[in-house]
Design a protein around this ligand. Structure first.
Ligand code: TEU
Ligand code: CA
Length: 562
């Protein structure tokens, strides 16, 4: 395709290594396990593998607390295993994108150990964000994303340090040029290892607001909402332009920023088509559309997403960024519940239809699609019977803060909310077959396998031409074959803005046209669309086409010339 960057026509497969494939019988996924599964990933047809962090870590936050950026987590293997993975992936024309986690390090990182040692005569003190107590308390009202205050008092030097996430994840001070240069050196080091880019963790939070002002505090909440004041900070674009000049512009990489709080206007800076910062960003607006009965509970609820809100939001991102910036396209990842449970319907009679409907709806849009491990199988949320079933500190801490401390919600209700939204839903082991532990490991897995693995697993789906897996494979093939998907414009079908069941949009490119019609409900509805007689049915999730009758979770895509 003319003047298209390779990552604009690529499809990315996200692997959470801890839950992907265990190769050494310890119940923990690892790099050799990924190598064993490269042929499966290639068969799906994707172009890129994004690995969640595989670096040395204390594993407080699923590897996002890094103690050595240039060493491999021994639970996942060795640097030799990594080198083999890159070589085996590249042999299959699969690119490897790593996770760059530089808003914070682990408190066991050498930089932080040096920083906390003394207040003065210390080249590393300002690698982090230290402040004096204010009236004997934390410097401001910020809460951690993982509950509790965002400040930890360190008696050794009688100051607090900032941690937007766990106290074991002290925030780096990006206003310090030495921090930036240390990060850029590390990125160039990984470039020499042959990687193909980075996903950048909470990159929208690296530039903190001047003076670290208090954050808005919802009635009943114990702390201020730091994410309302730390995203898209005063120098974030300066620092990313510097990173681009010092590192990114030297390589034909794919880069994607995880930019909590990003708006369509901010995205046009982060992901501008002049490539002065990043290639694309993950936006979060469609991840926060669930009805939220009590804002003091943050993300915790079990409310459905309203079709009108989802359709309006995705359409805004498609239309506003077209020709100005590049979209990522995703329904879920290692932080979000499984999409067929959250946006579709995971009841046995609807799950396959709904999984395919969601897949087609997203994959015919403009942007780079991301498939989270197991999404291509239609894997669902699991069932957590008690707090003991969870492993994720975000979920466990939220329960204790909201139920036990703030007393904002009762235990059974919060357990229901955790079942609906916990990140552990995405982290149950990959379901490979109907054997013990779904073929993930012959040792007890670190997190229980979803009990529905006998019905939902890769072995069964690879063999079934009508499976969710083979539907994703066809979608990916179509993206590689049809320029309109990568280059076409976007518009909702006339009158669809108010439709209570159908999400219908069109793509246009030169004389090519696509019309995507998706039923978001379990109801059969009747809709008439004027389409030319030369229309062809490109892909659908039912066995036949009943014209104006659109069945539960039905999706069909017509192609026609004009
Ligand atoms: O997540 C950043 C982030 O915004 C999280 O607060 C996310 O929105 C939340 O977990 C959704 O409920 C990144 C990583 O993806 C996440 O796994 C890490 O825990 C976090 O940063 C800290 O590194
Ligand atoms: Ca293992």
């Amino acid at each position: 395709m003319e003047n298209v960057k390779w990552w604009q026509n690529a499809v990315v497969y996200q692997i959470y290594p801890k839950s992907f494939q265990d190769s050494n019988h310890d119940g923990i996924g690892d790099l050799q396990g990924i190598i064993q599964r490269l042929d499966y990933i290639k068969q799906l047809g994707v172009d890129v593998i994004w690995l969640n962090p595989i670096y040395k870590t204390m594993d407080v936050d699923g590897g996002y607390d890094i103690s050595d950026y240039q060493a491999i987590n021994p639970n996942f293997g060795t640097m030799a295993d990594f080198d083999e993975l890159v070589q085996q992936a590249h042999q299959r024309d699969l690119k490897i994108v790593m996770d760059l986690v530089v808003n914070h390090t682990s408190d066991q990182h050498d930089w932080f150990k040096k920083s906390r040692a003394t207040k003065t005569d210390n080249a590393f003190r300002d690698y982090y964000i230290w402040r004096d107590p204010v009236n004997g308390h934390e410097p401001n009202n910020w809460g951690s994303m993982f509950s509790g205050p965002a400040w930890q008092y360190d008696p050794q030097t009688k100051q607090y340090y900032l941690h937007l996430f766990a106290k074991e994840q002290p925030d780096l001070n990006w206003d310090n040029p030495h921090v930036r240069h240390s990060v850029f050196d590390m990125m160039n080091w990984w470039a020499a290892k042959g990687i193909d880019g980075f996903r950048m963790d909470v990159i929208s939070m690296i530039s903190k607001p001047k003076g670290l002002p208090n954050a808005p505090q919802t009635k009943g909440a114990l702390y201020g909402d730091a994410s309302a004041v730390v995203v898209n900070g005063p120098h974030v674009h300066d620092y990313l332009r510097e990173m681009n000049q010092q590192v990114l512009s030297k390589y034909d990489w794919m880069t994607v920023g995880e930019t909590a709080g990003v708006t369509v206007s901010e995205a046009q800076k982060y992901a501008n088509l002049n490539h002065s910062e990043l290639n694309m960003v993950f936006q979060f607006e469609h991840m926060g559309l669930d009805g939220n009965p009590n804002p003091a509970l943050g993300k915790w609820n079990d409310q459905p997403v309203a079709l009108k809100d989802l359709r309006a939001n995705l359409s805004k991102w498609q239309s506003t960024l077209h020709g100005k910036a590049w979209n990522s396209l995703y329904w879920n990842n290692h932080d979000q519940p499984r999409c067929v449970s959250r946006f579709g319907n995971d009841r046995p009679e609807y799950r396959v239809y709904a999984a395919k409907m969601l897949a087609a709806l997203l994959h015919f849009m403009q942007g780079t699609p991301y498939i989270y491990q197991g999404e291509e199988l239609g894997m669902t949320n699991t069932v957590f019977h008690s707090l003991d079933d969870f492993r994720d500190l975000e979920s466990i801490n939220a329960y204790h803060e909201l139920v036990d401390q703030a007393k904002l919600v009762d235990g059974p209700t919060m357990l229901r909310y955790l079942n609906a939204r916990s990140r552990d839903n995405a982290r149950t082991p990959m379901q490979w077959n109907d054997q013990k532990n779904a073929g993930f490991s012959d040792h007890e897995p670190w997190l229980a396998v979803n009990p529905n693995y006998p019905e939902i697993n890769a072995a069964q789906e690879v063999a079934d031409p009508q499976s969710v897996f083979n539907f994703y494979r066809r979608l990916i093939q179509l993206r590689h074959d049809l320029p309109i998907i990568t280059l076409g414009d976007y518009q909702l079908v006339a009158g669809n803005e108010t439709d209570t069941a159908i999400f219908a949009y069109q793509r246009h490119y030169q004389n090519q046209n696509l019309q995507i019609i998706a039923n978001f409900t379990a109801e059969t509805v009747s809709r008439h669309y004027e389409l030319p007689t030369n229309k062809q049915l490109l892909i659908q999730n039912y066995a036949d086409d009943m014209g104006d009758t659109i069945r539960p979770y039905e999706v069909k895509v017509y192609q026609y010339e004009s």
